[in-house]
Design a protein around this ligand. Sequence first.
Ligand code: PAF
Length: 281
Amino acid sequence: MPSINHFQKRSLLIEQLNAEKKVGKTIGFVPTMGALHQGHLSLVEQAKKECDIVVVSIYVNPLQFNNPNDLKNYPRSLANDFSLLSNHGNIIVFCPSFDDVFPNGEEQYTLNVGEIANLLEGHYRPGHFTGVIKVVNALFNLIKPNKAYFGNKDYQQVLIVKKMVQILGQDVKIIACPTHRSKNGLAMSSRNALLSEQEGREAALIYEALKLCKEKINSLSPAELKAEASSLFENGPLKLEYLEIVSADELVPINNWEQKSICCIAAYCGKVRLIDNLMLN
Ligand code: PAF
């Protein structure tokens, strides 16, 4: 019978994990902010395949929100999260308080992961990645996982977490997993819970724009493609914040298709800010 082992206190979690590690068990970690969906559950499934013990954290990290209203409105559905996870076998769920994540208060360091933290999401959400790094680093230090699982929908986050691990010399393998999509192509995201039915339909335009980019890569330059895909948003229901065609490693704008490239989009659907991306070549 699958069961969930639920911890709130860091000391109790550490005790349990130390006992598991002592007998040679490997730990897979899925950090989340809750409001779980199929994308998260696919990370859990992947972790279950590759590790003996799976830890899922559910913690809405205030440090990564640059907008207090966004933090206030972020969807929370703990009871449903537990019920979804209980269908996925024996899992350790960690739902900490701020003090359990940061027992010494908010650490004041800023880890320099390079220019990548200032581009795209970093540009439009100042301080966002500093907050992500602080919480992921704190959770890694606490859980000491062998592998940690992240969704490629937050592609820039994946690159930044990989840089953090490299700079800090942390002994954890970062596994990036594919984006899950609804039938209409909308990338699964906790924030989708905030969309009305109509907005959910309208938000499919983001994936339409990404697909257009992929389809036309052989006939248009990156600049032409950016202009054509961006024009899909003109006079439409979504407000485009950015649509960038950039290199897949450093996320800098490209002039030709010689390197691996990705299209990244952020757009507002009503009040809800959505992001998505698609590898183009
Ligand atoms: O991707 C997320 O949900 C969050 O940024 C993460 C990795 C759980 C850190 O709060």
